[in-house]
Design a protein around this ligand. Structure first.
Ligand code: SF4
Length: 374
């Protein structure tokens, strides 16, 4: 159970556990943040300067997971601006995945043949400092308009190749139930659309959003996949666990997409513990993303080797279910490519030499292909 900072001591339990109260009372300005955390001079300056470029918002719940005294706290680093955000490396891009240049209509990216990405809102409970959509997330002037969402859904309707839509944003669960249900109903009425996915960080940053009323609605739209974004075991609270199991009880297939961040989660042992906790709460670790080349995120980016080392520390050492795909999402819209430790050390004719997870060498002899295989 998260421990409330003293600043929120007088808040009643019913307010604290009400997602609308949490959303309405997000920390957005320096004067409140300073009363919750002991800020460094760098953080204090960045709350004013960096957040003018990319808004700051922190739910009281997420703030309660932070170490008030320690600026290296992994939860704090994800949500409190630092001045390094203002440094833009030559290789960094405003839109690193070229999502905006693959938009046939506003608010919908159609890059891969059979799936599309719908931006339902640009609001989130917490604005993650590593967000690869900071160019528009948190900016109310760029929020999708109702008729633009209708146009985007109409595009899906007239494009039979699309069998999978990812409803993202921003965070679609920041929308009121009624509005979200309207979007999901419109999508579900499209006969060729097989699956709907929702990308949401609410189980992490605002777990009280996962109410029985919400899940009663969500279960009308199966098959529905929910992908969330846990990055550190400090986020694995009782409240977060309850949010995940509530989604799973409602029949949602729940997965986690971790973003690899230097000094936050580049520790293989921590990732193993977190992934095991996720599985216990019926959430399957799905991806580890290399931090995208988005502007102002150099301080978060690790060498690719760090991700490979995490997979090495998982594969064979724990359930295969706890081993996600480690991927680099290539800049300029190249798409995701998996990166793996090298287990195949040589391939000579029919003889393949491997090292296993423990570093032991084995030889596998390929059989002659049967007539059916040739
Ligand atoms: S919840 Fe997702 S979209 Fe919102 S700020 Fe975080 S990473 Fe970006």
């Amino acid at each position: 159970m998260a421990v409330r900072p003293a600043y929120f001591r007088d808040v009643s339990d019913s307010q604290w556990n009400d997602w609308k109260w949490q959303q309405a009372n997000r920390i957005r300005h320096l004067d409140v943040l300073e009363r919750v955390l002991v800020l460094t001079e760098d953080e204090r300056q960045a709350v004013v300067q960096a957040s003018a470029k990319f808004a700051m918002a922190i739910t009281p719940y997420y703030a309660s997971l932070m170490d008030a005294e320690d600026p290296t706290c992994p939860v704090r680093r994800q949500a409190v601006p630092v001045m390094a955000e203002l440094e833009v490396a030559a290789s960094e891009l405003e839109d690193p995945l070229a999502e905006d240049s693959h938009m046939p209509v506003p608010n919908l990216t159609h890059r891969y043949p059979d799936r599309a990405l719908l931006y339902a809102t640009h609001n989130c409970p917490v604005y993650c400092r590593h967000c690869n959509r900071k160019r528009k997330v948190g900016d109310p002037t760029s929020a999708p308009k109702r008729d633009e969402l209708t146009e985007a859904i109409d595009y899906v309707r007239r494009t039979p190749a699309i069998r999978d839509v990812l409803v993202s944003g921003g965070d679609p669960l920041t929308m009121a139930d009624q509005r979200l249900v309207a979007v999901l109903s419109d999508l579900r009425s499209i006969p060729h659309l097989e699956i709907i996915r929702i990308a949401t960080r609410n189980p992490v940053t605002l777990p009280m959003r996962i109410t029985p009323e919400l899940t009663a609605q969500l279960q009308k739209f199966h098959p529905l996949f929910v992908n969330t974004h846990f990055n550190h075991e400090k986020e694995c609270t009782e409240e977060a666990g309850r949010a995940l199991t509530t989604l799973a009880d409602a029949g949602c297939v729940v997965g986690n997409q971790m973003v690899l961040l230097k000094g936050v989660n580049d520790d293989p042992h921590m990732v193993r513990r977190m992934n095991q906790w996720l599985l216990k709460h019926r959430c399957r670790p799905y991806y580890i993303f290399q931090c995208d080349s988005v502007e102002g995120a150099s301080h978060f980016r690790t060498p690719v080797e760090s991700g490979v080392n995490i997979i090495k520390a998982l594969r064979g050492w724990t359930s295969g279910l706890a081993v996600p795909h480690y991927v680099v999402d290539l800049p300029n819209g190249g798409g995701k490519v998996p990166v793996q430790p090298m287990y195949l050390t040589s391939h000579d004719g029919t003889q393949m030499k491997f090292v296993n997870y423990a570093g032991e060498a084995y030889t596998y002899e390929e059989g002659a292909a049967s007539p059916a295989e040739s």
